[in-house]
Design a protein. Structure first.
Length: 192
C-alpha cells in the first residue's frame, strides 16, 4: 500500500465535525475526503459515491471477510460503517492527504492503524444540551434516534483524551481557524 498522511476528525454526532471537514476541504491545501462505506439508507440529498458508499449488509459483510476495510464497526444494530482500503490508496496515489469524518471508535481505530502518519482531532461540543439541540435542529432523526445518539455521545466524550488534539466547538469561526492551523501544520511537517 502506498503510504501517505491522513487527518481524522471524530466527534459525537452533532458536534460539528462535518462542518469543519467541509471548511478544510474548501481551503485547497491538498486534502481529499475519504468516503466511508455504510449500510444505512441515504438521508436527504445524500448520494452514493459522494457522501457514502451505500452497501447492503451482505455486501458489507463480504468485504469484511475479504479484508477490504482499514477499519469497520457496527455502530448500531445492522448499521455498519467502515473505511475501504481502496479509497485510501486512491487518494494517496494522487499525492493528497486523506481527511476522515468518522465516529469516535472509527477515529481511534484509524489512529491506531496509521500511527504517526495520522493527526486525530476530537471535536468537542460545548455541552450536552447544546448537542441535543443541534441534533433536533437537523430535522433528520426521530426522537428515538436522537436519544440513542445522546446516550452514545456521553460515552464518546470519555474518549476525547485519546486524540492528538481537542477542538472545543463553541465558536464556529474560532474552531475553523484552529482546525486549519492544526491540519496545515501537520500536512507541511515531514512524515515520521
Amino acid at each position: 500500500m502506498v503510504k501517505g498522511k491522513c487527518v481524522i476528525f471524530s466527534a459525537p454526532s452533532g458536534a460539528g465535525k462535518t462542518t469543519l471537514v467541509k471548511h478544510l476541504l474548501a481551503q485547497n491545501i491538498g486534502l481529499e475526503f475519504s468516503i466511508s462505506a455504510c449500510t444505512r439508507a441515504a438521508r436527504g440529498s445524500e448520494k452514493d459515491g459522494i457522501d457514502y458508499h451505500f452497501l447492503s449488509i451482505d455486501t458489507f459483510k463480504q468485504k469484511i471477510d475479504s479484508k477490504e476495510f482499514v477499519e469497520w464497526e457496527e455502530v448500531y444494530k445492522d448499521h455498519f460503517y467502515g473505511t475501504l482500503k481502496s479509497e485510501i490508496e486512491s487518494i494517496w496515489k494522487k499525492g493528497k492527504t486523506v481527511i476522515f469524518d468518522v465516529d469516535v471508535v472509527g477515529g481511534l481505530n484509524l489512529k491506531k492503524y496509521f500511527g504517526n502518519n495520522a493527526l486525530a482531532i476530537f471535536v468537542m461540543p460545548p455541552d450536552l444540551p447544546t448537542l441535543e439541540k443541534r441534533l433536533n435542529n437537523r430535522g433528520t432523526d426521530s426522537s428515538e434516534r436522537i436519544a440513542n445518539r445522546m446516550s452514545k455521545a456521553k460515552e464518546e466524550l470519555l474518549s476525547a483524551q485519546h486524540f492528538d488534539h481537542i477542538i472545543l466547538n463553541d465558536n464556529l469561526e474560532k474552531s475553523k481557524e484552529e482546525a486549519f492551523q492544526l491540519v496545515n501544520n501537520f500536512i507541511n511537517t515531514p512524515a515520521k
